[in-house]
Design a protein around this ligand. Structure first.
Ligand code: HEM
Length: 139
């Protein structure tokens, strides 16, 4: 990684910069909604869509709240639903490489729709590969 990019990433790790750059609660709510909109339209995501409840209202809200905390903003998920660990929270789901890649595809397409700087989008996508990998529970 170039020195400049490393410096930029370091600034993203400071305080609640990620939360702010993502547009706070409003911006992150839009990101989560765009993510689930992608899931309902992308053929690659059909299987993971069908793992969800038919009504995605709560899924949208839970993801938005979770991502606020994940981006070092307010812990809105925990505030409403209590503590969460992603791996056990996904243990009842059959998540292999295909499902993980489908999830990340929905997120990348949703990210593309946001007015964020490209470097920030790349940074968040790179970060999200880690929890996505932890949710994978089969090949
Ligand atoms: C790796 C691929 C993933 C798949 C296929 C997947 C799929 C799902 C499904 C189907 C649900 C709904 C579960 C239910 O209603 O029973 C869910 C819930 C959730 N997912 Fe994922 N997920 C993945 C990765 C992630 C990642 C990387 C994050 C966060 C960065 C995340 C955050 C959440 C949250 C916060 C919930 C709500 C948990 C709850 O309150 O029950 N997921 N996921």
């Amino acid at each position: 990684m170039s020195h400049d990019l490393e410096t930029l990433y370091e600034s993203y790790r400071t305080g609640d910069n990620q939360f702010q750059l993502a547009g706070g609660v409003e911006g992150i709510t839009k990101l989560a909604n765009d993510f689930y909109d992608q899931m309902t339209t992308l053929p690659e995501a059909r299987r993971i869509l069908h793992m969800h409840p038919t009504d995605l209202t709560e899924s949208r809200e839970k993801l938005a709240r979770f991502l606020c905390g994940y981006m070092n903003g307010p812990e809105l998920y925990e505030e409403k639903y209590g503590p969460i660990q992603l791996t056990p929270a996904h243990a009842h789901l059959a998540i292999g490489t295909t499902e993980k890649e489908a999830w990340l595809l929905c997120m990348r397409k949703a990210m593309d729709l946001q007015p964020y700087p490209q470097e920030f989008k790349d940074f968040i996508m790179k970060r999200l590969e880690i929890p996505a990998g932890r949710c994978q529970n089969r090949p």
